[in-house]
Design a protein around this ligand. Structure first.
Ligand SMILES: Nc1ncnc2c1ncn2[C@@H]1O[C@H](COP(=O)(O)OP(=O)(O)OP(=O)(O)O)[C@@H](O)[C@H]1O
Ligand SMILES: [Mg+2]
Length: 454
């Protein structure tokens, strides 16, 4: 059997302590005896115990004080009270305050052992429940992050390792790879999960606004500051702060943020009063920050503060194994949301998903599935309409592509562009000109003619 419980016995009667200790020690329990309430509380504060047994009539204070203190410090630890002559009413009060059981004086060996065994078992079950609850919460938190591919398993393992700590995390990944999902999971698996995760995008708002949003301001700090407002830093106190698109932050703000991270203090705009905060910083960027550092657009010292742990999220095209799983996750999600009966994706349609390069990553996949469900009339999706935009451009309406995309720089001669497109399309059709012509929307004669020009 596992280690026997550690019991703290608080009683001023020497003889009772010796007898109880003997009985319990024989059963393998480890017993510590003290004779006053103050000593009991001090011992518990310093060393804890698995179970506390306390007399109610102690020389310095009431035994109920010991009970209260134990429950305050560690509510899961059980307390048994010993009642003597004249303390029966107090025992009732003790039960109301959370004592697990009471035993009467004079101590009876079997009553003592029975009460202790029951309390220890209850304690074990409570601990087991807590452990199960933690495991469940962890699984629930992780569930939000879909993907079993090798690169995603590496990411998940790293998240599990670092989530419970307070270290700063920088998440890097292309747009739509799930950086915000990862930030949410880290927060959900951290001891800060009952406090908020406050989010702010450094790209979406102008610099001056970003500063006041982050730091907050006092009334009258600037024109338009009609009322004092707490900043995101304050709102995140005790929780996590998610700084999205951190690479977009201006050098001035970077310097200011660095100071906050260095000493955990800052001031609202227009105030001289220091505010102390305790936040965990999770930041994200789709650009490669070392590159920004080389270009003198990002402070190296701030980078080291933010990047204590680095999570690189792989683009979806590098983990096609995750596509079926993600697709079915989004299928269930949106079918339910749109009250549709769509249940499946036809094999040909799944092949389409697998062949697509996903420049917009998981977000693009999510959108494609959402769109397909919206227009579905059947319970199976038989084909997807997938756009393959030139990176950095808005996808042109009506463009449908079924294979890898081609990058063509602005200013490329049309003729060259045509050549390139024909060559790539022929390549993915394995040289089948009929098929390539169909995809390109021209007659096979036209294709012959144009490809012959090369
Ligand atoms: N692994 C995943 N499991 C489930 N959903 C995901 C996953 N990755 C991304 N998503 C979903 O894809 C969408 C985009 O994810 P998210 O906003 O986290 O990406 P991002 O990396 O922050 O993108 P951006 O750089 O554009 O802000 C969200 O709707 C998110 O729920
Ligand atoms: Mg994002």
């Amino acid at each position: 059997m596992a280690r026997k419980a550690d019991i703290l016995l608080v009683d001023d009667e020497e003889a009772l302590c010796t007898a109880a200790e003997k009985i319990l020690a024989k059963e393998g329990y480890v017993v510590t005896c003290v004779h006053t309430a103050a000593a009991g509380m001090a011992r518990f504060e310093q060393h804890g115990a698995d179970l506390v047994i306390t007399d109610l009539a102690l020389p310095d204070q009431d035994g109920l004080a010991v009970l209260r203190r134990v429950k305050e410090l560690r509510p899961a630890v059980e307390v048994i009270v010993i009642t003597g002559h004249g303390t029966v009413e107090k025992a009732v009060e003790g039960m109301r305050l959370g004592a697990y059981d009471f035993i009467e004086k004079p101590l009876d060996r079997s009553a003592l052992l029975k009460a202790v065994a029951k309390a220890v078992e209850k304690q074990r079950l409570t601990a087991e429940n807590l452990r199960l609850r933690d495991a469940l919460e962890q699984a629930r938190g992780e569930e939000a992050l879909i993907g079993n591919s090798d690169p995603m398993m590496v990411v998940k393992k790293l998240i599990r390792q670092i989530a419970p700590t307070d270290v700063s995390v920088l998440i890097q990944g292309e747009s739509g790879t799930g950086k915000e999902v990862v930030a949410d999971v880290i927060h959900a698996l951290s001891p800060r999960r009952d406090q908020p995760i406050v989010k702010i995008s450094c790209a979406a708002i102008p610099e001056t606004l970003l500063e006041s949003e982050l730091f907050g301001y006092e009334r009258g700090a600037f024109t338009g500051a009609a009322n004092t407002k707490a900043g995101k830093l304050e709102l995140a106190d005790g929780g996590s702060l998610f700084l999205d698109e951190i690479a977009e932050m201006s050098p001035q703000l970077q310097a200011k943020l660095l100071r906050v991270l260095q000493d955990g203090r800052f001031q609202r705009l227009g105030s001289t009063r220091d505010l102390q905060i305790d936040v965990r910083i999770i930041s994200a960027s789709h650009v490669d920050i070392p590159q920004s550092i080389a270009e003198k657009r990002f402070r190296e010292d701030l980078y080291y503060r933010l990047n204590v742990v680095h999570i690189a999220l792989p683009p979806l095209r590098n983990r096609p194994e995750d596509i079926p799983l993600l697709a079915s996750f989004f299928l269930n999600k949106y079918a339910a949301r749109m009250h549709k009966t769509v249940r499946a994706i036809a094999p040909a349609a799944l092949d389409q998903l697998l062949a697509h390069p996903w420049p917009g990553n998981v977000r693009e996949l999510e959108n494609a599935i959402q769109r397909a469900i919206a227009v579905a009339t059947d319970d199976t999706i038989s084909a997807f309409i997938l756009c393959a935009p030139v990176p950095g451009s808005v996808p042109a309406a009506g463009i449908q592509a079924y294979g890898p995309s081609v990058t063509i720089s602005v200013g490329t001669p049309l003729e060259k562009m045509e050549e390139r497109l024909i060559a790539e399309t022929l390549a993915i059709c394995a040289g089948d000109k009929e098929k390539a012509a169909k995809m390109l929307g021209v007659s096979s004669r036209t294709l012959y003619r144009r490809s012959a020009r090369r």
